[in-house]
Write a protein that binds this ligand. Structure first.
Ligand code: GUN
Length: 297
């Protein structure tokens, strides 16, 4: 991009709003036909500020689209067995179409065992090994919310991915790894040549400079500077780190992994933070819950 051309802002906030309207319409139709509205449950253990905010948003989103929602709060002293029982009860509750256990869990809890206990048909986070396996094999299942939200954002903005070099930074189970797999698949948004970079990657800048699509997902505010970006690249910033900011009522600001001011003169398209990937992640959970509800209808 030349100095005078502005990049396309990949507006996740507006896109998610559009999708919520579509979901609300679908739910209204279901209810009109006498079907049950989808119902999401969220389990929140302890009182971590970030987790609390995210779960509250999830409940609010459900209300907006006409889903039922249940918030189950448990003290951070809960035992592994007690939490497994909560999961078992939700698996068996016919009112609940899908549920999530908000992560991270307290250190004394074996997170993987909790995830494995969730019925894959209700695992709207897409974290269960069965759903991860289905994703790898290109079979139907629930996709992890952030990568599927990014795919939907790229699809709606008609960003070409086929044959492009896509560089993902960060290999987490819930973002970087599934993102790299989804973009390399033979699907409409896919067929990219993907490089997955991580903390042991050498010469990172050499690699990011080759990226047609750059997806940093490492949670380090401002990690990606302008000199790491190829002219015309599409930038999808997954980072949303809370940094103290006295000018905000909340006392913090959300910062992305990308230095936006340095990146935007070079990018052809870029997601803002906030208002980019975050809202798409939230709406993906609603889409998964809608799918879970319909599967049971
Ligand atoms: N913690 C951070 N992101 C997520 C998410 O997408 N799902 C759950 N369950 N916990 C999280």
């Amino acid at each position: 991009m030349s100095e005078t051309t502005k990049p396309i802002i990949l507006d996740g906030k507006q896109t998610a709003k559009d999708i919520r309207s579509e979901i609300a319409e679908t739910v209204a139709g279901m209810v009109e036909r006498g079907e049950k509205a989808p119902h999401l449950a969220a389990v929140l253990v302890g009182n971590d500020g970030g987790s609390e905010t995210y779960v509250n948003y999830k409940v609010k989103d459900c209300k907006e689209v006409g889903f039922g929602s249940t918030l189950i709060r448990k003290a951070d002293t809960i035992s592994q067995e007690e939490l497994l029982q909560v999961v078992k009860d939700l698996n068996e509750n016919p009112e609940i179409d899908g549920f999530i256990v908000q992560l991270p869990l307290p250190k004394h809890i074996d997170e993987q065992e909790i995830i494995r206990a969730i019925d894959p048909g209700k695992d709207v986070d897409g974290f269960h090994p069965v759903n991860v396996g289905n994703m790898v094999l290109g079979m139907d299942g629930f996709l992890s919310a952030t990568p599927s939200g990014i795919v939907e954002l790229l699809r709606r903005y008609k960003i070409e991915t086929s044959g492009k070099h896509c560089v993902v930074i960060g290999r987490s189970n819930i973002v970087g790894t599934p993102m790299s797999i989804l973009l390399s698949r033979n699907t409409e948004v896919g067929n990219a040549t993907v490089t997955l970079c991580h903390s042991r990657t050498k010469n990172l800048k050499e690699i990011t400079l080759q990226a047609d699509i750059l997806i940093p997902a490492l949670g380090k505010p401002g990690f990606v500077s302008g000199d790491m970006i190829k002219e015309g690249a599409v930038i999808v910033d997954v980072g949303t780190t809370r940094v103290p900011d006295d000018s905000k009522k909340s006392g913090y600001a959300l910062k992305g992994d990308v230095k936006f001011d340095e990146a935007s003169p070079k990018a052809s398209a870029i997601t803002p933070v906030p208002g980019g990937v975050g809202p798409m992640t939230r709406v993906s959970l609603l889409l998964n819950t809608l799918k879970a509800g319909r599967l049971k209808a």
